[in-house]
Design a binder for this molecule. Structure first.
Ligand SMILES: NC(=O)c1ccc[n+]([C@@H]2O[C@H](COP(=O)([O-])OP(=O)(O)OC[C@H]3O[C@@H](n4cnc5c(N)ncnc54)[C@H](O)[C@@H]3O)[C@@H](O)[C@H]2O)c1
Ligand SMILES: [Zn+2]
Ligand SMILES: [Zn+2]
Length: 356
């Protein structure tokens, strides 16, 4: 079918919204009319990389309405309202163990931009290939084809166009705290970088009943919002005595990916604490004894299974305990480059692109 999508033709260049021809949904796939698509920092990082498979459509926090399904699809039907998350195979040992973020095929299905067989899923007006399988969805578009396993059905009474970020950034921050780090009532957590992922972590730590939630960021506005959303203390990331000012905590969580900040996040841990990393950044080195009795791990998607965790987050939102809508600013899809600029300079926390 003919639709419109924000196509990236050259790494690092602006997106251009153009007509594309989207292939029919194949076995296990569904066609979704996009209501909104969040921009995650992962889109922004990967769009700079030189090895794009072809002109590519990014976007991996889509939400919308199922319009058609391919052969063998049984869990969603036309008319269903869905949130789109990451893709996984469903059959490997990790998927079977409920650890779908660590699916044997996670990289191929989510970060390659194309299907496992190398097909791109879309073509441009001249018939050239357009990679439209980023995170199994490529949702910076008016329509996307996603796999059934990407999709989480939601109540049609919800504000559908705002729900996409639950599929990645918000799930990652909240799941890291509630599932991966298993933050308990009365414990302490320091969150380094309070963009959308870090703010979701702050809200989740409050849900968990953490006694101390320290929010660290370079942006004063983001620190203020973190205080409104549950942080008990905010610290300027540029403070030369950062580690001492943060103090010792039970858990730490880094979303910046900045090596110096990650080392600080490790150094503030109490023994037997865990430092969770999600940021995409440079290599880190620490002396082995910095990890004495401590754990360090990189977390994908908050360890969350979307079909289980996204309904949980929606339930918390309904109770006023996970007010993620306060992070959002919407833009028409045609203004995608402005949305990216506003996210980069810190004025918008979570942009959502509306195709119509
Ligand atoms: N592992 C996963 O599954 C997963 C999922 C989603 C996002 N991510 C990654 O998580 C990271 C965060 O995503 P986001 O969308 O929240 O990004 P973001 O860029 O909006 O947020 C990062 C925050 O860190 C702050 N920051 C940067 N440098 C800092 C410093 N030196 N000290 C203190 N604060 C600093 C920024 O001001 C910003 O508020 C990105 O790297 C993204 O690629 C990973
Ligand atoms: Zn798998
Ligand atoms: Zn993401």
């Amino acid at each position: 079918m003919r639709t419109r999508a924000a196509v990236l033709r050259h790494p690092g260049k602006p997106f251009a919204v153009e007509d594309v021809e989207l292939g029919e949904p194949g076995p296990g796939e569904a066609l979704v009319r996009i209501a909104g698509a969040g921009m995650c920092h992962t889109d922004v990082i990967f769009r700079e990389l030189p090895e794009l498979p072809a002109p590519m459509v990014f976007g991996h926090e889509g939400s919308g309405v199922v319009e058609a399904v391919g052969p063998g699809v049984t869990r969603v039907a036309p008319g269903d309202h869905v949130v789109m998350s990451y893709d996984s195979c469903g059959w490997c040992g990790q998927c079977m163990a409920g650890a779908a973020p660590y699916c044997d095929e996670f990289m191929a299905r989510n970060l390659s931009g194309v299907r496992a067989d190398g097909s791109t899923g879309a073509t441009d007006a001249d018939g050239g290939p357009v990679a439209a399988r980023w995170f199994g969805q490529s949702s910076f578009a008016a329509h996307a084809v996603a796999t059934e396993r990407n999709l989480v059905t939601v109540d049609p009474s919800l504000p559908l166009e705002l729900l996409g970020p639950l599929g990645c950034g918000l799930q990652t921050g909240a799941g890291s705290v509630l599932i991966a780090l298993n933050v308990r009532a009365g414990s302490s957590l320091a969150v380094f970088g309070v963009g959308p992922v870090g703010l979701a972590a702050v809200m989740a730590a409050k849900v968990a009943g953490a006694a101390e939630i320290v929010a660290v960021d370079l942006h004063a506005g983001r620190r203020e919002l973190a205080m409104e959303l549950g942080a008990t203390r905010a610290v300027d990331g540029a403070d030369p005595a950062l580690a001492a000012v943060v103090g010792q905590v039970d858990h730490s969580f880094d979303t910046t990916g900045v090596p110096d900040v990650v080392r600080t996040a490790i150094s503030v841990l109490r023994p037997r604490g865990t430092c969770g990393l999600v940021g995409v950044g440079g290599d880190i080195t620490v002396p082995p004894m910095a990890l004495a009795g401590r754990s360090l791990r990189y977390i994908f998607e908050g360890d969350a299974v979307p079909q289980q965790f996204i309904p949980h987050l929606i339930g918390l939102w309904r109770q006023g305990r996970f007010p993620f809508d306060r992070l959002i600013r919407t833009y028409p899809l045609d203004e995608i480059n402005d949305a990216e600029r506003d996210s980069a300079n810190g004025t918008t926390i979570k942009p959502i692109l509306l195709p119509s």
